[in-house]
Design a protein around this ligand. Structure first.
Ligand code: B1M
Length: 210
């Protein structure tokens, strides 16, 4: 579909206004929000990631692409996985300490809200204490953690250890995800569940909350 590849290439250029306009047009053409996200925005961001790894683009370009991604996601947000259900449970989400990547975590939050969960989003660079104390004080059912750097993944293990230390591990369950995180890693650190992508994260939370 022409418009989806246009979205992907404008995102790679970091052209947020164009991405916003094209995303609106794609919705007006009755394309599904999930398809626009996957085949337009995420496809563009995938290329940016590959080019960044190959040193063909640098941080400023990646930041512009991230801004364009936000612009598109903002337009799609009301259309992603809408449901009329009442709150099915409470989920505290955040990107772990030292990690500033929040695009994937934001998608997880949008999809969870769309599926009827109450979401408390702590943002990025979230300490283990912030995760655990917010979950305790708000009576959350689940903590969802995102990490995009191999160096910050151990932050997830710290949150799980702190939950145990405070005797909260049976009342607050955990879901982990993010590009470098694997099912095997999730098992090793004692997470209750692993979400490969935002849609799977929602399934995990549904399973944990029952
Ligand atoms: Co950075 N970065 N970055 N970056 N960045 C990566 C992650 C990297 C893989 C790029 C590369 O080398 N190819 C690399 C990490 C290498 C590694 O550790 N393995 C990297 C690096 C090295 C860095 C810096 C260290 C660069 C530097 O300064 N030299 C630096 C670190 C800053 C820090 O965090 N302390 C840095 C900075 C940045 C920016 C700030 C410029 C920007 C982030 C802006 C922002 O998020 N607001 C950025 C970006 C945009 C990227 C790439 C290009 C794209 C990430 C992204 O948003 N993808 C990324 C390369 C890549 O991943 N292809 C890269 C789209 C997003 C939708 O996917 O977040 O994976 P993702 O989320 C997915 C799933 O993973 C899953 O669902 C989503 C899809 O549905 N998911 C969950 C995510 N969280 C989940 C939680 C769940 C369940 C599923 O349950 C709770």
């Amino acid at each position: 579909m022409e418009i989806l590849s246009q979205i992907a290439s404008e995102l790679q250029r970091g052209a947020d206004d164009e991405v916003r306009t094209l995303t609106k047009s794609a919705l007006e053409q009755s394309l599904e929000a999930g398809v626009i996200l996957e085949e337009g925005l995420l496809a563009g961001m995938q290329v940016v990631g590959e080019r960044f790894r190959a040193h063909e683009v640098f941080l400023p370009e990646v930041l512009l692409a991230a801004r364009a991604m936000h612009a598109g996601v903002e337009i799609l947000e009301p259309h992603l996985g809408k449901t009329d259900a009442h709150s099915r449970g409470k989920v505290v989400i955040g990107t772990v300490q030292g990690d500033l990547h929040d695009i994937g975590k934001n998608l997880v939050g949008i999809m969870l809200s769309g599926a009827g969960f109450e979401v408390i989003d702590l943002g990025k660079d979230v300490s283990p204490e912030q995760f655990v104390e917010t979950a305790r004080d708000s009576g959350a059912d689940v903590i969802g953690m995102s990490a995009l750097l191999t160096t910050t993944m151990p932050g997830m293990k710290k949150v799980i250890a702190l939950l145990k230390e405070r005797g909260l591990d049976s009342s607050v369950r955990t879901v982990v995800g993010g590009a470098p995180v694997t099912e095997k890693y999730a098992r090793e650190i004692g997470a209750d569940s692993y979400g490969f992508d935002a849609a799977r994260a929602v399934e995990c939370v549904k399973e944990l909350v029952g």
